[in-house]
Design a protein around this ligand. Structure first.
Ligand code: NOJ
Length: 533
């Protein structure tokens, strides 16, 4: 049966931090006018849609995930007109744009919270979740557990405790209050009317609280989220709704509803297992998690990623696996945060191009819509001496010029990376543009090769047996193009691969290598192959 297919099924997404990409006015912060000048670069990667991280007015205590005005633009990033110009310029290049929307919480600086705390009788008081004691909802886990001792914080002005699942500067909105629904739907319409192509909805599992539960994934939450989806379907068809819900695959299923909730959900659990498989030289973590991933309703889609702006989360692994991952990938305490690892992609792979290629090719071979994180297109490094997750959010490295060509300011919002091997003077877009073997060139090659193969974009996945734990093989098949056999050596030593029955061509060998029928394909250490007959 042919399933209904929308644009986001075959797309590749690019996660963009406006503050980090290009500063047009020399104030040290990236902005929309600057990002417009870099849209050709983004387009050149071969991506289809940009996810713009929070760009709202905000005190930036959580890098914009603490919103102080849901329908404005942070003055450091530009104006609403600049945003519209960015949107138009992206659309003119055939790039779609989705934005982050944070429905679960706002900033303590938001006028709603300011009014609510100042006056018990304010209509805004009910916009938040209050209590006289910090004892309610005690079965709820603390997410930012390195920093927050409780999900309740006492507010002197309000004379009560308020509820927050993240930082104490981010009070949760009260979805038992009907006015909050109306406000949020108004916010969504505001941006949809401007022409955005959808939302990445932040932290959706936590909208409601109920005693005796862990306050995650509650039925009431799904009722509200379905209301959001109805708004899109009825008034803005063709726009996409993406769920950020860091949960096990079976717990994510309800977020797709019967195809009437989210179009897309991030697949969190697969991500750490890709790293695990590569380090162990063992394919089983990948096979296990994909076997544990249930089929999803027609028309919906998974979203996959290797890294993003947060710590590499290890919430969806066992405590033993987490410990092992920390030991392997975050040997220094500074590299760890909450239940995760605060490092960028290339440093996680010890700057090893073989591992980079194998992992990226594997990621781009899996079912789902892939997202790339800005900076990873050139293999940028991180700065573990910066606090929180900022080490992975440093300025984009455009050239060897002052501030990596990011900004003319004396001081940038975060320092640029200036130590080898990720030093901006040697690692930047300008240098890589002139090098056919650069990470940038390989990123473009990988994306173009994937996007040219309907089977890789959306084919069904069938495992191919190998008797070697380090050799992962599967076939992607579709009626729209030839099957592609995806073959990986996850180990640091050469292995004999599988033996093809017909001659096969390796799409990942840029010199266009053919392997003859009947002979085992020799696999170099940490290698990837996309084979077609
Ligand atoms: C998830 C976002 O990705 C993260 O950066 C943020 O801190 C939390 N949600 C809270 O909004």
């Amino acid at each position: 049966m042919t399933e209904p297919k929308a644009w986001f099924h075959d797309a590749v997404f690019f996660e963009l931090n406006i503050r980090a990409y290009r500063d047009s006015d020399g104030d040290g912060n990236g902005d929309f006018r600057g990002a417009i000048t870099k849209l050709d670069h983004i387009k050149s990667l071969g991506v289809d849609c940009i996810w713009v991280q929070p760009m709202y007015p905000s005190p930036l205590r959580d890098d914009g995930y603490d919103i102080a005005d849901y329908t404005g633009i942070h003055p450091d990033f530009g104006t609403l007109d600049d945003f519209k110009a960015f949107l138009d310029a992206a659309h003119a290049r055939g790039l779609r744009v989705v934005i982050d929307v944070v429905m679960n919480h706002c900033s303590i600086d938001h006028p709603w919270f300011q009014a609510a705390r100042a006056d018990r009788n304010s209509p805004y008081r009910d916009y938040f979740v209050w209590s006289d004691t910090p004892d309610k909802y005690s079965e709820s886990r603390i997410i930012f557990l390195d920093v927050e001792p409780s999900n309740w914080t006492y507010d002197e002005v309000a004379g009560q405790y308020f509820w927050h699942r993240f930082y104490s500067s981010q009070p949760d909105l009260n979805y038992d209050c009907p006015a909050v629904h109306d406000e949020m739907l108004r916010v969504l319409r505001f941006w949809l009317d401007l022409g955005i192509d959808g939302f990445r909805a932040d932290a959706v599992p936590y909208l409601y609280e109920r005693e005796g539960t862990n306050c995650e994934n509650l039925p009431e939450t799904h009722v509200f989220l379905k209301k959001v989806r109805r708004l899109l379907d009825e008034e803005y068809p063709g726009r996409v709704l993406i769920a950020e819900a860091n949960q096990w695959p079976e717990d994510l299923l309800p977020y797709f509803g019967d195809g009437d909730e989210f179009h897309v959900c991030f697949h969190f659990p697969i991500m750490p297992r890709l790293y695990m498989a590569l380090k162990r030289g063992d394919k089983m973590p990948i096979i296990d998690i994909l076997s544990r991933t249930p089929p999803i309703p027609p028309g919906t889609q998974w979203m996959t990623f290797l890294r993003n702006h947060d710590e590499l989360t290890l919430e969806m692994v066992t405590p033993e696996e987490r410990q092992w991952m920390w030991e392997q990938y975050a040997p220094e305490p500074r590299m760890r945060l909450n239940l995760g690892i605060r490092r960028r992609l290339m440093p996680l792979l010890d700057n090893d191009r073989r591992r980079w290629l194998a992992l990226n090719a594997l990621f781009l071979s899996l079912p789902g819509t892939p997202i790339l994180y800005y900076g990873d297109e050139i293999g940028m490094g991180d700065d573990i001496w910066l606090p929180d997750r900022h080490g992975c959010r440093t300025p984009m490295q455009w050239s060897a010029d002052k501030n990596a060509g990011f900004s003319a300011a004396e001081r940038t919002y975060l320092p640029v990376i200036d130590e080898p091997p990720y030093d901006y003077r040697t690692l930047n877009v300008a240098v890589q543009e002139n090098d056919p073997d650069s990470i940038l060139a390989l990123t473009r090659f990988l994306l173009a090769t994937r996007q040219a193969q309907p089977a890789l974009r959306s084919g069904a996945l069938e495992w191919v047996e190998t008797d070697d734990a380090a050799v992962l093989a599967f076939q992607r098949t579709t009626e729209d193009g030839p099957p592609v056999l995806c073959l990986f050596n996850l180990s640091d030593s050469p292995r004999p691969g599988i033996t093809p029955l017909t001659d096969v061509r390796d799409l990942l060998a840029r010199e266009g290598r053919v392997y003859p029928a009947g002979q085992p394909i020799p696999l170099a250490s940490f290698s990837a192959h996309w084979l077609v007959a």
